[in-house]
Design a protein around this ligand. Structure first.
Ligand code: PLP
Length: 375
């Protein structure tokens, strides 16, 4: 094995960054205009370009994905204290946004192929107090959007998607952000497409345009009119420029990651005890993460493999461990009994996300695969 790599730390991802010189050119426009934020021209240009990229009718930019999700839930006007069925296999922000809206997260198990909320188990959790379903397209794997839509129609529930990991993903040729009532994308630095911090909401309903505009801007409609109880969710001009420049780079990054994925797949699918989750046929990959599942037949556990990588200065991620139902704030939630959530409690100890970014070199990839092969 190549010992040089032991000195260079390898992380699970590296942020996509535009050329500094190009960034500086755009900064000059901003300096000249003296408009730094409040829905300026860079912001508006990014919003309209994202409508095309994400194949959605409406996009509202936000200063991060969490505030966007918080606002999405608020915009649904769900009865205070009502229940929202969601997944524990997600980032903390998902259930926290439900709780911050004064609603109760009810945790549903995941299904083993895509690791998304198990649509077959949702109906069992519906009560007269259920108001919405919040699914997460985890690692870019799509929730069963068609089944969820049927359930939502039957019980008159709103459907919200956390699409933080699913930038540019399409289901049956449609932008993933067109499913459900509203979807959130995160543009955090770790995401395939980033604005350093940032995010957006996508939706089909024109009635939401003004509502979300108000909620994102303190409820302020005009100089002397405050229409709603809003928050500050605005994305500024400087980060909008990063977004405009990264929009030119993300598909090239996806192509590079596709090659890395093929390489990992070819090396790792031969190894007993390593399962590689597959994207459903009708869905395009966002290339956000490369998760593998360490099964019982593998000679060492996920945690042991994680430590082994770390000893070589390779920082994989136990993404998601702990799961949300392990957190102090949710573990006493009535829906959280381990025997009610068997799949997710099994997967939390088995999933490992491997380094995945376009500039990973072939010898680094070989080294990473070599560590698993040696085990
Ligand atoms: C699934 C998921 N939801 C929500 C968020 C929150 O997004 P942000 O960091 O942009 O606030 C993240 C991650 O960052 C995430 O991974």
């Amino acid at each position: 094995m190549n010992n040089v790599l032991l000195e260079d730390r390898i992380y699970v991802t590296q942020p996509l960054l535009p050329e500094l010189s190009e960034f500086n050119e755009h900064l000059k426009d901003i300096w000249d205009s003296k408009c730094l934020t409040n829905m300026g021209s860079k912001h508006n240009e990014l919003e309209s370009k994202l409508r095309e990229v994400l194949k959605v009718p409406y996009v509202s930019l936000f200063n991060n994905g969490t505030i966007a999700l918080l606002t999405a839930i608020k915009a649904m006007d769900l009865p205070y204290g009502s229940e929202v069925i969601t997944t524990p296999f997600t980032f903390a922000a998902t259930p926290h946004c439900i709780s911050w809206n004064g609603l109760k997260p009810v945790f549903c198990d995941i299904e083993p192929e895509t690791m998304t909320i198990d649509a077959n188990k949702i109906e069992d959790l519906i009560t007269p107090n259920t108001s919405a379903i919040l699914g997460v397209h985890v690692y870019g794997f799509p929730c069963d959007v068609y089944k969820i839509e049927k359930i939502a129609k039957k019980y008159n529930l709103k459907v919200i998607y956390d699409a933080a990991h699913a930038f540019s993903t399409e289901i049956d040729g449609k932008g993933i952000g067109t499913f459900g009532d509203i979807s959130m994308f995160s543009f955090h630095a770790t995401k395939l497409f980033n604005t350093v911090e940032g995010g957006c909401l996508t939706y089909n309903n024109p009635d939401l345009v003004n509502k979300i505009y108000n909620l994102r801007n303190f409820g302020i409609r005009s100089e002397e009119l405050v229409e709603d109880v809003g928050i500050n969710g605005k994305l500024d001009e400087i980060r909008s420029v990063i977004g405009l420049l990264n929009l030119k780079l993300y598909s090239d990054e996806q192509e590079k990651r596709a090659i890395i994925k093929d390489y990992y797949d070819s090396k790792l699918s031969r190894i007993k005890g390593i399962k590689i989750p597959k994207m459903p046929e009708n869905t395009t990959d966002s290339y956000q993460y490369y998760p593998i599942i360490i099964e019982e037949e593998f000679p060492i556990s996920r945690n042991e493999l994680y430590e082994k990588f770390k000893a070589f200065n390779i920082f994989t991620r136990k993404y998601f461990y702990p799961i949300c139902t392990d957190y102090e704030c949710y573990k006493n939630n009535p829906s959280v009994k381990p025997f009610d959530l068997p799949v997710v409690n099994d997967y939390k100890n088995k999933v490992l996300c491997l380094p995945y970014y376009g500039t990973l070199k072939l010898d680094e990839l070989d080294f990473i695969c070599g560590i698993i092969e040696d085990v």
